[in-house]
Design a binder for this molecule. Structure first.
Ligand SMILES: Nc1nc2c(ncn2[C@@H]2O[C@H](COP(=O)(O)OP(=O)(O)OP(=O)(O)O)[C@@H](O)[C@H]2O)c(=O)[nH]1
Ligand SMILES: [Mg+2]
Length: 449
């Protein structure tokens, strides 16, 4: 029962709290008073909820709400970073410290991945009998170099552990579970880095760092940086070693096209005074688990004015059911399709081609009745990787021309949208490279953003 006044004074109403009934016993009175107290408490809770809702709605008035959708590794979180870089560069740069740990973890995982692939590693694959054993005058396997690298780079296992623990919650067992829980390992790529819990990890990292700065104990992040610094020459040498390069090539492992690739810049990234650049942050890979809500307050003349509310979702198959509750609460959907994935399969379902999966997803989203009036912005992403793949001759059945492929995809997506939408909708299509820091500026030249 709500605690409220009558709508008009003339309307006959039951008084509340009701008058005590005649002949009420002590016990009945105590029960009645308790019930009235409980009713008031419930009424107060409801009032508070209504007020909160009103405050939220008021906040949203000056706020554009965008839902980022697309399969895993399509570039959703990268686009979000780019929006932050464009609209709130101050906030973006303030988070650089936290991203350094992710970038270091990306780098260390790539090195450990290569070491694991080499003979004697747990997933030894390179230099099997079918391949020549060495390509350089300093053979990696036969010349004792591998032993040298293994020994010199063994502290990187500890660095990996420290970074995983620091990027996750305090509980190390949870840290271990967080990593790779969604994606099975397979030999063609380094394992994923995933942290559950939205952007909380950045705050956690900051808090822990501040706590150690007042002198409680030496910071293990600094220790990890020192180890990395000491290993950086060996990392660069291992990566550049002709045997490693040719071995990976023979196994069709193209690390350069993979997420979180920093081996080409190992000397810079692993140096003790390394500060991540915006470009590094855009290229850092951190898998999203669940749905994260991010608010970007536009920094204009130092004053926040307009706000963006982004919902960034995990794109892997097992994550998609959690998208639906956000469908009816957004002004626009930003859907990303990685064009370069035409010859790849989903990590979580290796029978499914990634481009086909994007088509299926797009169709489902266009058909959704909850989204029938929503504006769609389609980003045909990873144009740079598409181009390098085509230059390498990967697209054998047609002209190796990126414009031809993007035009074809654009026509296909537009037709699917028309065919599957319940009514006509606004659809804007762009070819993008989400790691390019000017991408939002380019989108802004179309007047709807
Ligand atoms: N070269 C290149 N890399 C890109 C591009 N877009 C994203 N990436 C990289 O691809 C990786 C995956 O991008 P994310 O933004 O993490 O992908 P996501 O869609 O958020 O993936 P989930 O969180 O798993 O759903 C990151 O390392 C990005 O830096 C692009 O256009 N070109
Ligand atoms: Mg993501």
């Amino acid at each position: 029962m709500r605690w409220s006044k009558p709508a008009t004074p003339t309307t006959p109403v039951t008084p509340w709290p009701p008058h005590p009934p005649p002949g009420e016993t002590e016990l009945e009175r105590a029960v009645r008073l308790e019930e009235e107290k409980e009713a008031r408490r419930k009424s107060d809770v409801i009032d508070r909820e209504i007020e909160l809702e009103r405050v939220e709605q008021r906040k949203h008035k000056n706020c554009t709400r965008v839902l980022l959708l697309g399969q895993a590794e399509s570039g959703k979180s990268t686009m979000l970073k780019n929006f932050q870089l464009y609209f709130a560069p101050g906030a973006f740069h303030a988070e650089a410290d936290a991203w350094r740990a992710v970038i270091h973890l990306n780098l260390v995982r790539s090195v450990n991945f290569i070491l694991d692939l080499l003979p004697g590693g747990p997933s030894s694959l390179l230099f099997e009998a079918s391949h020549p054993r060495h390509f350089s005058d300093k053979p990696l396997v036969d010349g004792g170099y591998l032993r040298h690298f293994r020994m010199r780079l063994s502290p990187l296992r500890q660095v990996e552990l420290i970074l995983v623990q620091r990027l996750s919650a305090d509980d190390p067992s949870r840290a271990a579970a967080n990593v790779e829980e969604a994606i099975p390992w397979y030999y063609g790529r380094a394992s994923e880095v995933s942290i559950r819990g939205g952007s909380g990890w950045k705050a956690l990292l900051r808090r822990k760092r501040n706590a150690t700065q007042v002198g409680a104990r030496p910071d293990d992040l600094d220790k990890a940086r020192q180890i990395l610094h000491a290993c950086r020459q060996d990392i660069a040498e291992l990566w550049e070693h002709a045997d490693v390069q040719r071995g990976l090539e023979a196994e069709d492992v193209v690390l350069r096209d993979q997420s979180g690739f920093f081996l080409d810049e190992a000397l810079r990234v692993a140096s003790a005074d390394y500060e991540p650049t915006p470009q590094d942050i855009l290229r850092a890979r951190l898998q999203t688990i669940g749905v994260e809500q991010h608010t970007i307050s536009v920094e204009r003349f130092g004053q926040p004015s307009h706000r963006w509310l982004f919902y960034d979702v995990g794109g892997a198959k097992g994550q998609r059911a959690s998208w639906v509750p956000f469908f009816d609460d957004v002004d626009a959907i930003l859907f990303l399709c990685p064009m370069s994935a035409f010859n790849e399969v989903l990590l979580e379902d290796r029978r499914m081609n990634r481009l086909l999966d994007s088509f299926n997803l797009w169709k489902t989203i266009c058909m959704s009745r909850l989204l029938k009036g929503t504006t769609f912005i389609l980003l045909l992403n990873k144009s740079d990787i598409l181009q390098s793949k085509l230059e390498a001759g990967s697209y054998k059945d047609g002209p190796n021309d990126p414009d031809h492929v993007s035009e074809y995809l654009k026509r296909k997506f537009v037709a699917m949208c028309k065919h599957n939408s319940a009514r006509e909708r606004q659809l804007h299509v762009h070819v993008t490279c989400a790691t390019d820091a000017i991408v939002v500026n380019n989108l802004r030249s179309s007047d709807y953003i």
